[in-house]
Design a protein around this ligand. Sequence first.
Ligand SMILES: [Zn+2]
Length: 68
Amino acid sequence: MTDKLLPCPFCGNDTPTIVRRAGAFGVKCTCAGKRFLHTYGKTEEEAIASWNMRPEGIPPVQQLAGQS
Ligand SMILES: [Zn+2]
């Protein structure tokens, strides 16, 4: 059973992609065209947990968009 992926903290994309590499799993989002955001783990669960972990003090996407 895997945890649910949270939306991308930068663009709000709620369907990040889970990628599988040799010996590792990752989660990525294609923010702003060529920009890729990755998190990795040895297992899919680890990668998802890493993706879902957010540093404190980072406001939600909506809040960022509303600031000038
Ligand atoms: Zn994104």
